[in-house]
Write a protein that binds this ligand. Structure first.
Ligand code: ARG
Length: 462
């Protein structure tokens, strides 16, 4: 081994790496984010090695203290990361050797960087699952406040972005509470599945040392050790589940963000975004732009991109570890950071935004939004088959449109011209309030139904 060769694995090497080799090989630029998890894993491993008599208690104690010093150096920013040492694992171990000397060389007994990195990354992604659930719930709480304030504000419900039927603001907010609830449960499910320890799988085949994998699993908060050492070092389904869950959540956020962009426009005025989550224009003094909503709308791009990226890295890789898998981290870090930011921005926007009940009501009252109520009335009160009622109502919508009126503005005579069974009573269902109040089916938009769902979610989220 020359002086240039790597001190961790350079025994069989006569020369050090080319500079380009070092640049493409090193991951320390990004995997230093795993420092805390790496040290946690090493502490658990060292304690287990001592408990099983593989190393002495004295060595384990020196390692433990040394690792705590390394951790504090990293936390305080005095640690000097070295690209020549490739990654976080070798950076930590090399510094440990500077600090405590020979015992540091015993830490890597019965372990490989393969099970080490799988362990570190699992711990990190597991933490992000928990963080995602917390951020999602904060957003759900902000939505509940909005839903409660406007449980009976009438607004247009859309299909094809065309006015469909009146709904309530509260109902619309609660739709996102439901979606986010499933998002949170996806992260919780992923967490439960990934919560098994790869540590002790060693390079790929396990080890001949009498290790105690149950002990390290328990020390790291895992439910159990992974049952197959090849699987333990080879699979990256856990970040893929995280990214898939993140992509679905980001897709939900993107849809809501798009609605906020539309709703805050001068043409809609359904909602006023707060100054705190808007920006101005450098040339047009009147502008107040919903930049935060636009950026949340866009975040799905990089999060889904990371998902596709990691799937592409992993597909076709033969078991077990290949260096390709070092490319599993950066995009997960980026996706996680941006998901948390998007959730926080959305929470802030929702908390600060002001719905405009008058504009919502005016919009709900136009566009023949109660045409279905008229058709339902014809079925219920005049005994028409729904298809006929649909046809009669359609002809009345055409008549109203030709006259530049809304349905409730037609005269009774005009109504009767479409079907003689229509009476004055029909006007009671043509108002938007009556329309929403009548939708009392489970999960429907009637304010009473909405309030029942708000109460249910308040219970869940406390
Ligand atoms: N930096 C590596 C990674 O992130 C650690 C594992 C290296 N293992 C190896 N056999 N070269 O994947």
């Amino acid at each position: 081994m020359t002086d240039d060769a790597n001190s961790m694995w350079g025994g069989r090497f006569a020369a050090g790496p080319d500079a380009i080799m070092e640049a493409i090989n090193a991951s320390i630029g990004f995997d230093q984010r795993l420092a805390a998890q790496d040290i946690e894993g090493s502490r658990a491993h060292a304690a287990m090695l001592a408990a099983t008599g593989i190393i002495t208690d004295n060595d384990a104690e020196a390692i433990r203290e040394g690792l705590l010093t390394v951790l504090s150096e990293i936390e305080t920013g005095t640690f000097r990361f070295s690209t020549a040492l490739e990654d976080i694992h070798m950076n930590v171990e090399a510094r440990l050797k500077d600090l405590i000397g020979e015992p540091a060389g015993r830490l890597h007994t019965a372990r490989s960087r393969n099970d080490q990195v799988a362990t570190d990354f699992r711990l990190w992604v597991r933490g992000q699952c928990d963080a995602a659930v917390t951020s999602i719930q904060a957003l759900q709480k902000a939505l509940l406040v909005q839903a409660e304030a406007g449980a009976d504000w009438v607004m247009p419900g859309f299909t094809h972005l065309q006015t469909a039927q009146p709904v309530t603001w509260g109902h619309h907010m609660m739709a996102y509470v439901e979606m986010l609830g499933r998002d949170a449960s996806r992260f919780a499910d992923a967490r439960a599945r990934m919560n098994e320890s790869p540590l002790g799988a060693a390079a790929l085949a396990g080890t001949s040392f009498p290790i105690d994998r149950e002990a390290t699993a328990k020390a790291l908060g895992f439910d159990r050790p992974m049952a197959n050492s090849l699987d333990a070092v080879a699979d990256r389904d856990f970040p893929l589940e995280f990214l898939s869950s993140a992509s679905i959540c980001a897709m939900h956020l993107s849809r809501f963000a798009e609605e906020l962009v539309i709703w805050s426009s001068a043409q809609f005025r359904f909602v006023a975004m707060s100054d705190r989550f808007s920006t101005g224009s450098s040339i047009m003094p009147q502008k107040k732009n919903p930049d935060a909503a636009e950026l949340v709308r866009a975040k799905i791009g990089r999060i889904l991109g990371a998902t596709v990226g990691l799937f592409t890295v992993m597909k076709g890789l033969p078991l077990t570890y290949s260096k390709d898998m070092q490319e599993d981290k950066e995009q997960v870090f980026d996706a996680a950071d941006n998901l948390m930011l998007a959730l926080a921005a959305m929470e802030g926007m929702v908390r600060d935004m002001t719905g405009n009940p008058e504009a919502l009501r005016t919009a709900a009252s136009s566009g023949f939004s109660t045409a279905t109520d008229l058709a339902d009335w014809l079925v219920r009160e005049a005994g028409l088959p729904f298809r006929d009622a649909h046809h009669v109502t359609g002809s009345l919508v055409a008549l109203a449109e030709a006259e530049g009126k809304d349905l409730p503005d037609l005269t009774l005579d005009q109504m009767k011209s479409a079907h003689e069974a229509i009476t004055d009573d029909v006007f009671t269902v043509l108002g938007v309030d009556n329309s929403v109040a009548s939708r009392t089916s489970y999960g429907g938009t009637a304010p009473d139904q909405v309030r029942a769902q708000i109460a249910r979610w308040k219970e869940i989220l406390t």
